[in-house]
Structures are given as C-alpha cells and as structure tokens.
Design a protein around this ligand. Sequence first.
Ligand SMILES: *Cc1c(COP(=O)(O)O)cnc(C)c1O
Length: 609
Amino acid sequence: MENFGLDVWSNKNYIIENSEIKLNYKSMPSILEIIKKIRSNDVRGPILLRFPHLIKKQIKNLYSYFHKAIKENNYQGSFNAVFPLKVNQFPWAVDAITKQGAEFNYGLEAGSKAELVLAMSQSKLKSNITVNGFKDKEMITLGFIAAQSGHNITITIEGLGELKTILEVARESSLRVPNIGIRVKLHSSGSGIWAKSGGMDSKFGLTSTEIIKAISLLKESNLLNYFTMLHFHIGSQMTDIAPLKKALREAGNIYAELKKMGASSLCSINIGGGLAVEYDQHTHTKSHNYSIEEFSSSVVFLLKEIMNVKNVAHPNIFTESGRYIAASHCVLVAPVLELFTQDYQESLLNLKEKNPPLIEELEDLNKSLNNKNAIEYLHDALDHMESLFTLFDLGYIDLQDRSNAEILVHNIIKKALYLTHTHNNDELKQLQVKLQERYLVNVSIFQSLPDYWGLKQHFPIMPIHHLNSTPRRAASLWDITCDSDGEICFDPQKPLYLHDINLNEEDYFLAFFNVGAYQETLGMNHNLFTHPSEYTIKIDDEGYKIQNSFESKNILQILKSIGYNENNILQKLKQDLLSSNFITEKEKNDTLAKLETFVEQNGYLRTTN
Ligand SMILES: *Cc1c(COP(=O)(O)O)cnc(C)c1O
C-alpha cells in the first residue's frame, strides 16, 4: 500500500510528488506546505481544510452526467439537484456549495426548521428548495412564507397529518401556497449500513392507500394543482445499484398511475440521495459497485422506459445527493504527538558491566539479526522476554535489567519485522497485529470522525509527507480523548502501515480524507474537544489563498457553549490564585498572565507538535 490506496479513493484529487501529497489541481500545492503556513501563525491542534474546487468538481460531474444521459436517451424532462443541508450546515461549506452551484441553479434541501431558515437565507430566489422530514404547523407555515417571499419551494409530506396541516394553513392565510410533494413508502429498500430510509418498515413516506387518500383530500380543497413532486430516498451510501433500480420502477409506476388519476400538475420525480463515496483504501474492500455514469444513465433510462410504456410525459428529475457532493472537499490534518515504542529507543539502553545471561543473549540476537535468521531470532527474543518478566516478578532481576530487556526486545521485533516485510505468512501478520505501533494523534475521533466511532465507517488515512519511503509499522491510532473508544485499531483486513519517525527530530502529520459529509455536525464535544480550526483553500494557477479562517473554540467559549458563565469561571480561577500563599507578587502576576492565555486557546494539545 505504498500509495495508501490513492488510486482507489482519491478520484484523482491528489497526487504524490517529491514525497508529499499534493492537490492535483492548477498550481498543485502540497498539503504540508499549506499546513506549515497555517501553523506559522501559532495555530495548534487538528486543522480542517476545505477545498471549494472539489465541490465544484462534484456538482459539475453530477449535472454533466445527467445531461449526457438525458441527451443520449432523448429524455424530455429536465435535471435538477439540491444539496441536503443535513450533510453539512457549516457556513463555509454552505457558502462554497451555493457559490459553486450558482451557475447550475443548484438548490438546497431542508429537513428541519433550522435548516429551512438556513435554506431560505442562503439560496437565490429562483433556485429550488425542497423540504423533507417531520413537520409541525410552524414549519409548514415557514414553507408558505418562503413561497410568499419568492422561493421555488416544494414541501414534501411524510404523512397525511402533514397534508392536513398544509390544507389548514392554506385555508387560514392568504400566503402563497408552496408546491407539494409526496414521499412514497416503497416496497424496495436500499443496501449498506444506511439502508433503513427505504422499505415497508421505513420511518418515512405514504403507503399507496394513503397516497390515494391524499389525492382526494387535495382535490376536495382545490389544491391538487399544487401537487408537483413524487419523492423517495432509499438510504445513504448505496453500495449497490440494483435496489435503486427496483425503487425507480416502483416509484416510476406510482408516478404514471397518479398522472392517470388526474394529478395534472405532477411533473417531477425526486430520487433522494444515496450516491456513494469511496472511503476505502484497499481495492478488495471497495464500498460501491457503480459509477456516476452508470447511476445517471440507469435513472434516466428506466424513467423513460416506464413512462413510454404508460404513455406519460417524462418527469423532471430531482436528486438530493449530499455525501457525493460534500465528502471530498474536506481534509483533516493532525500531528502525531507520540509513537509509543519510542520509549524503547536503542540509545536509551543502559547495560551494566555484568548483565543477567538472558540479557547478554538478547544483545547478541540484536547484533547478529539478519535476513536469514530474522524469524528464528524474533521467536527467541519473545521467549526470552517472557522469562525475563518472570525473573523480574520473582525478584531476580532489577528494574534497570527489565528496562534493558524491553528495549532490546523491541528493537529485535522492529528489525525483524522490517527484514521480513516481504514474507507473506500468517504468523508474521499476526505478530504485526500483536506488535503494532501506537500513534498518538492530536485529534478527537468523537469530534472529527464520529462515523468511525458510531458505525466503524473507515476513512482514508495517510501521512502527508515522508512518502518516498515505504511505511512498515502496523499502525493503530489513538486520539487524545480519555476514552478507550477513541482508537482506530489496526485491522489486518484493511491494514494501515505508517512510518517509523523519530518525533524528536521531525514532524509527522496524518491526513484523514473525505470527511466533508456528515462528520462536522455529527461530531461531538466529548472531553470538551471542539470543532477543529478550519480554513478554506482557494487554488489558482499562480498559487493558493488561505481564506475564511475560523478558529476552534477556546476553552472559555466551549464552557460557555454548554451553559457556564465564562466570567465567573475566570474570576474564580484568578481569585484562588491571587489569594494563595508562598509565591511572590511578581510570580502571581506572571502566572495570572499565563492562565489567561491558556483559557483563550483551544483545548487541543500544544506540545511542539
Ligand atoms: C439524508 C438524505 C439525503 C442525502 O443523502 P446522501 O446519502 O447524503 O446523498 C437526501 N434526501 C433525503 C430525504 C435524506 O434524508
């Protein structure tokens, strides 16, 4: 895995050149260079980089593949897309999405009142807004206000109760009525770990009986001409395209039936989201089996077929893919703070004049280890280690002997694994798992990779430099939370190997890719670690610009955000320090200044790294 699966997951967004990973775009800056520049302003902790050009690329791909399919199939409907805000509501993400999407008239989707307010404030009047999720009268009224204010908005009902509320608001006010969509409860469901959004037992949508009832309610109220859209969503990160095709056949036929029943304004089918992102770093575990090209042409072709058979005009197509649009635009970069076996560096060896015989033997093994005897010597060393621990427990060797034994054995392991890395045998693989190196990373998995914590969703991980040498240490990553779940364990099925770096001599930065979808608002403040400092990177032919810097909350701000009074906290700390004894006034004041600086920094670690 010399290139960390770049060819599997990166979609040509990055390349490796001169031992660093670089953006494969225009002036091709290296991520390390950008990170160094940001850190030169004393920024510490994890750093989130946003690349708007990658959002543009995804939006453009989505539209151009659908336009291509429409042309090839001589399809009569139009293609429209909206971005579901639940995927990323952060201001600089939404800013990039609305700016980059402007030329396509790319819209927004809202699933809650707050998201609807956000959509109304961030979208241009003529672009589409779709509204899903459970709604109360206030939320529905907000939809009417949006329509009244000139937005092109469609409220999709998840149940008959919501329709009744819409009819009620329409009766009670003279506000403009928004377009109405109906979400259908499909018989088909999706695939993958997020498949629960579709299927008979799904949380959302109307059954056929309810749809028929909805049509008659709309007719009675003279509002049938506002019913314009049929909607379904079979779940996120579809691993397989077959369930989507099944859902399309089902929804397409419902659409055609409704047209025949007199729903004359019905003109759009909204196929929801679910386009998958490749998160995997290994070819054998690729997480989806279709391309955007296959996806778009399947959708267009199937809808055309169904409508032609039933002699119904081709509907306009709407998609709400969010993960596909946003995932690739964010990279999280975090410094490694420690490699745990660095405590076992050979330079720390402190042998005595006369050592216990087993230690003398370990020293011999360490010196004479070579290609041929590596495995045998490794076995011997592990065996001696066990004996030495027993001797220590029984009081026959002292702490210095034990320390020497640990250092020698670790060095033998390291050298042996290095010498045998080309051997492909199970025992060695198991040894690697057992002897993996633990990298302590200045990051919180709970805050920045919550889907790893909650769903074991893998994200591509790689160092951003040192890429001219082969990484050989089986790596597991520890975050800095005090929680044993804050660990990305070495997985022999999807191994991650990292470099053996002496952190006293050089830095080591790891990057986590494709973290732009869902991770930011799902991230939680466990241990009070907050959203990392973020920067938007605009790349052009000459170089790049670092914009929209938004620093991680400082310690007082995070305490305030969960309800503390930050002034009281600071006051109390100062008071206690000032009324303490045994230090001079000067030292008190110097310490006070330090204290004030500390609480105005973010809570991530600030060691030299
Ligand atoms: C979550 C959601 C989406 C977005 O799904 P992605 O997998 O991110 O594309 C689209 N539509 C609806 C209704 C959703 O709930």
